[in-house]
Design a protein. Structure first.
Length: 106
């Protein structure tokens, strides 16, 4: 079975220097579109996860220069192997008016 044919059970977004997730989506007891969302305290009003599109997207509003760095998205499936993607976030600009460049590392 491939992950394409399997159900997502858990999605965790981490920043490289943080032990706790900045955003998690728990679909262990429901379908992904009905999953429970848990943004961290400092992301609660700025982060939004959209599971209806393809690919799914985590959007963070008001990204700051201090938030640059490596981020990791971990996706767990019901039966398939866990997938992990590292993303390098570079912020160009300041405050609410900034441009984001992302580069998929793995």
């Amino acid at each position: 079975m491939t992950s394409v044919d399997d159900e997502v059970t858990l999605i965790l977004w981490h920043r490289e220097d943080s032990g706790s997730p900045l955003y998690s989506v728990d679909a262990r007891d429901a379908a992904l579109h009905n999953a429970r969302h848990f943004p961290s305290i400092n992301m609660s009003s700025r982060a939004y996860f959209n599971a209806s599109g393809s690919p799914t997207v985590l959007r963070i509003d008001g990204v700051r220069k201090s938030e640059e760095g490596m981020y990791r998205c971990r996706v767990e499936y019901r039966r398939s192997r866990t997938e992990t993607t590292d993303i390098l976030l570079t912020v160009i600009g300041n405050g609410w008016h900034c441009f984001l460049n992302t580069k998929i590392i793995s």
